[in-house]
Design a protein around this ligand. Structure first.
Ligand code: NAG
Ligand code: NAG
Ligand code: NAG
Ligand code: NAG
Ligand code: NAG
Ligand code: NAG
Ligand code: NAG
Ligand code: NAG
Ligand code: NAG
Ligand code: NAG
Ligand code: NAG
Ligand code: NAG
Length: 824
């Protein structure tokens, strides 16, 4: 009896619930009258192997006895017709589903809208399912971000009612023939971005046969050209054309789309187009966005086309487009309309010269003005201060000169981002001035700001990024420093003459990046912000020992070289995952710190020029990620018992100027395949040079001078080249002889052959010069490009994630080298 009543109660509940639902949303044909559609959805669910967000939890299992009473129109992501009860829409966008798209969807004959984008539904075959082409009522199909491979099935051309088709970012998908698209005569929106269309040369002709098209996205499609000629342009309705990042390499004038008058958005960024804009651009009066950035190529271009009639233009992006000429000429071509809508002007990284026209003050809608990296060499005009909407002003890396006063900013109330760095500007603002803006980013590197720390910054409590490097600031940091900049993430005050003691309350700051290098700071290092990832206080006069609890959970780079810090290295430094530790040229002492064993992420360790002593511990060989190990000019002794065979990443090893004795172990070097520089000079090494040295094919510098090495010098093309470039590399080893030069090796030695006259540091100089001009500079070029694009700190940490990544090291290394250079 109790069982029965429970069952009755349950049935009653079901009845009441479905009844209530029915009341809530009256539907003449409840969906359980269409059981095949509900079952189709349940089969679809069965093909889903993982649903971490529990999206399909509201869908019952297929063997659930009550499924027949379930109204599938109330399941998450499902929408039905109010009239017929048929499933019209399945929207499961970006819900983290894993599995396969079941062909049971074919039973949803009335489905109009299918959005499965951003899920892992590529299934075991990884193919775009062909059966989707049979869902003939579809108006909207979105498979964007499903990582399919293979080809786009031409069956999709059967979806003759389709209006929206988004197949973007699908992974490694290609199509060699897109003629099936012509059957989609109602298509309004097409996105095939990232589908490889490299062999489809007639794409404009095909698309020209879909006159309904309003929006077309073909970015990253490897399209080979856009210079096809179309006899008749029936694209009158096209509003959005996005061809971002295709490699056309023909003249911009020959593109097929210049006569589409209704175009509102035209993205040609990264298309390798060259030459001038065609006159037809002057008539494209609907244009709101023109993005022509990142078009490099051989030929420079000068804006000869008048944009005066483009009254609706909001964004003009000519960043990195090899544009040259006078900015006045360029600005004179900009729209002049009663209601100027121009909001963003990106003209950075070009070769523009000249002066700003004064009428620019009329660009009252301007929000972003970016002219960085040009050749503009005039005083900054005062009209900038009239641009009340201006939020971002980037004039960095130009030749601007003159004096900037408070007047330049008198009405700049919206300013949040200002970058005037790397110009010849002097900023003279009185102590009393209260800015009308609240900046989040202020970059003034190498502007003349000092000698006093700019008082007006005191009000800029929203600052996140502040760069005051090389600005001539002297004296102590202001009292309000830590409080005002308590929200800052990134502070660069390097290369100034800031002196005195650091504020004691810096530990409350949020800083992640702090660069105070090359100043005149004295005394002990105070407690510092806990969230630091990069800390550089090198080249100051800091003294005293480091605090015993000196260590930061996120710290990756610690650079304290060239100070007068004494005592031991606190073991807390290695509690976390530090990768760069530069402590050279201080007065640290003690044995080689044993806790360094725990620094498993260490890539650069520089302890040169300190007072360390004792043996080099064998476990140095366990520092698997180390690339730079510089221990020169200490008092290390004993022989080398390090097992170097596992130091697979080591590129730079310098133990010169110590008291290391014993022979060079056979396994010492032979296995270190990445080694580029090896300096063991000025030690007490004896015995022979192992043959395995000739296996170091990347070696570009070696120093073994002033040891007690003896015997035959191994030969090998690499070693011979090194020797011819640096004949001093073996100097000062009385017992060494070199077969190519000596007829009878056993009796002669090099030191008697006049090589002793050569200054031992000659080789070292050669190396630095070589490294500086070749390796480092070459990579810096790459890096600087990155720098301009992303902001270098982002690039920095981005790169540091990779093990054995050359780019990462180069930047760090540069400082390792530079610290020695000035002294020579
Ligand atoms: C069904 O009706 C509801 C409420 O009356 C409405 O919000 C919904 O858009 C309708 N659905 C369809 C497909 O028309
Ligand atoms: C398709 O889905 C993606 C990602 O979910 C979305 O960004 C895009 O706007 C959608 N496309 C259309 C045409 O709605
Ligand atoms: C769908 O298109 C393919 C090729 O594009 C064709 O072979 C097939 O017959 C079509 N199917 C239907 C049901 O129309
Ligand atoms: C596109 O396909 C062609 C050959 O079909 C290939 O050479 C090219 O590398 C592909 N492009 C991309 C970006 O994968
Ligand atoms: C579009 O123009 C082409 C000529 O380029 C023509 O052959 C075609 O019939 C036109 N298509 C439509 C649908 O109007
Ligand atoms: C189109 O540009 C390609 C280079 O991308 C060139 O080889 C070809 O001759 C051009 N075709 C026309 C019709 O101008
Ligand atoms: C830009 O091109 C036009 C037309 O060829 C020419 O008259 C003008 O001098 C050029 N401007 C510059 C700065 O070279
Ligand atoms: C600017 O012009 C100079 C000299 O013509 C050239 O060396 C430089 O690469 C150009 N810079 C840019 C950003 O195009
Ligand atoms: C910058 O402009 C000056 C003349 O104003 C010119 O001499 C110099 O070559 C230009 N530099 C670049 C990189 O174009
Ligand atoms: C430090 O970082 C953590 C995690 O990113 C954050 O929650 C915390 O607020 C930060 N602390 C400070 C003082 O900014
Ligand atoms: C390494 O770290 C572990 C755990 O944090 C600690 O117990 C050990 O003493 C450390 N080793 C050295 C040599 O400092
Ligand atoms: C030098 O390299 C060769 C081939 O890569 C290898 O067989 C040999 O053992 C290496 N010699 C030493 C001493 O490591």
């Amino acid at each position: 009896m109790p069982f029965l009543s429970a069952a009755a109660a349950a049935a009653c509940v079901v009845f009441l619930v479905t009844g209530a639902l029915a009341l809530q949303q009256p539907r003449p044909y409840p969906s359980y009258w269409l059981p095949h559609e509900r079952d189709a959805l349940l089969v679809f669910k069965q093909a889903i192997t993982s649903d971490p967000a529990g999206i399909l939890a509201s869908w019952p299992e297929r063997d659930d006895h009550h499924r027949h009473e379930q109204d599938c129109c109330r399941w998450r992501g499902v929408r039905c017709s109010n009239k017929t009860g048929h499933v019209l829409e399945l929207d499961l966008r970006n819900v983290g589903l894993v599995g396969e798209i079941s062909n049971s969807l074919l039973s949803l004959e009335h489905l109009q809208h299918l959005d499965l984008s951003m899920n892992n539904l590529e299934g075991s075959t990884g193919r775009v399912p062909e059966f989707l082409g049979s869902l003939e009522n579809l108006r909207y199909l979105n498979l964007s971000g499903i990582l399919f491979s293979g080809t786009v099935p031409p069956q999709l051309g059967n979806l003759s009612k389709l209006q929206y088709l988004d197949l973007s970012a699908m992974g490694d998908v290609r199509s060699t023939d897109v003629s099936w698209l012509t059957r989609l005569q109602f298509l309004l929106y097409l996105d095939l971005s990232w589908v490889n269309l490299s062999t489809v040369s007639d794409w404009p002709r095909v698309l020209n046969m879909i006159p309904s098209l309003k929006e077309l996205h073909l970015s990253y499609c490897s399209l080979a050209s856009a210079n096809q000629s179309l006899t008749h342009l029936n694209f009158t309705g096209l509003e959005v054309l996005d061809l971002y990042n295709n490699d056309f390499e023909h003249s911009i004038e020959s593109c097929w789309f210049w006569n589409i008058r209704n175009l509102k958005y035209l993205n040609l960024a990264g298309c390798s187009l060259y030459g001038r804009f065609p006159a037809a651009l002057e008539q494209m009066t609907s244009l709101r966005v023109l993005d022509f950035s990142d078009n490099h190529g051989e030929r420079k271009r000068n804006m000869t086309v008048n944009l005066k009639k483009l009254c609706k233009l909001e964004i003009l992006n000519l960043q990195e487009s090899r544009s040259y000429g006078d900015v006045t000429e360029l600005f004179d071509k900009l729209p002049v309309c009663s209601s100027n809508k121009l909001k963003e002007l990106h003209l950075g990284s070009n070769n523009l010269t000249g002066v700003f026209p004064n009428w620019m003050g009329q660009l009252t809608a301007l929000v972003i003005l970016d002219l960085r990296g040009n050749n503009i060499s005039v005083p900054l005009p005062a009209f900038i201060g009239q641009l009340a909407a201006l939020r971002t002003l980037d004039l960095s890396h130009n030749h601007l000169d003159g004096v900037i006063t408070a007047e330049h900013f008198f009405n700049a109330k919206s300013l949040q981002y200002i970058d005037l760095s790397h110009n010849f500007l002097k900023i003279e603002i009185s102590k009393e001035w209260q800015p009308p803006f609240r900046l989040s980013t202020a970059m003034f590197a190498s502007c003349q700001l000092g000698p006093l720390f700019p008082a007006w910054l005191q009000w800029q409590v929203d600052i996140v990024y502040l760069d005051l490097s090389r600005t001539g600031i002297a004296g102590t940091l202001p009292q309000w420093f830590a409080n005002t900049f308590s929200n800052a993430i990134d502070l660069d005050l390097s290369n100034n003459q800031i002196n005195g003691v650091l504020p004691r309350n810096m530990d409350s700051m949020s800083l992640s990046y702090l660069h105070l290098g090359s100043n005149q700071l004295t005394s002990q290092i105070p407690p510092l912000p806990r969230n630091l990832t990069y800390l550089n206080m090198s080249m100051n006069s800091l003294s005293g020992p480091l605090p015993t609890d000196f260590g930061f959970p996120y710290l990756q780079v610690l650079s304290l070289f060239s100070n007068q810090i004494t005592g031991y290295i606190p073991r807390s430094i290695c509690k976390y995952r530090i990768s760069v530790l530069e402590l050279s040229n201080n007065n640290f002492s003690g044995k080689f710190p044993s806790f360094v064993q725990n620094c498993t992420a260490l890539q650069v360790l520089d302890l040169a020029g300190n007072k360390f002593y004792g043996r080099l511990p064998p476990w140095i060989g366990n520092l698997k990620s180390i690339r730079f190990l510089r221990l020169r000019r200490n008092m290390f002794s004993g022989n080398i018992s390090i097992d170097m065979t596992s130091l697979k990443c080591l590129q730079y090893l310098d133990i010169a100027h110590n008291g290391i004795s014993g022979s060079l172990p056979r396994n010492l070097i032979g296995a270190m395949g990445s080694l580029e520089s090896l300096d063991l000079s000025r030690n007490k090494l004896s015995g022979e040079i192992p043959e395995s040295l000739s296996n170091l094919t990347f070696l570009s510098y070696m120093g073994l001078s002033y040891n007690n090495l003896a015997g035959r010098i191994p030969s090998g093309s690499q070693l011979d080249t090194l020797y011819s470039e640096n004949p001093a590399m073996y100097t000062g080893n009385a017992g060494l002889c070199r077969p190519p030069l000596q007829k009878n090796c056993s009796r002669n030695d090099l030191s008697k052959k006049g090589h002793t006259e050569i200054n031992e540091d000659h080789g070292q100089d050669f190396f630095y010069v070589g490294v500086e001009c070749g390796f480092i500079v070459g990579l810096w070029v790459v890096f600087c490009t990155q720098l301009l694009k992303e902001g270098w700190r982002i690039a920095y940490f981005h790169l540091s994630d990779k093990v054995c990544d050359n780019l990462f090291v180069l930047m760090v290394v540069s400082s390792v080298f530079w610290q020695d250079l000035p002294r020579r």
